[in-house]
Design a protein. Sequence first.
Length: 66
Amino acid sequence: MSQGGPRPVEPAAYKVVEVSPVSEETLEEALNRLSGEGWSFESVHFVSREGSHRPALAYLFFVRAR
């Protein structure tokens, strides 16, 4: 009979990619490249300069099991 306790969780590996300039093409290229390398997209964070609505750069966060 097998033990029913919790299984050990593998630690995750994280990757952060800075994208600049921010455009549909640069974001798409980074997302496609990293997902093709086995990374799963987790989130995006945009950074804007004061007085501008357009993001100056973006940070893409990826994760995968080790």
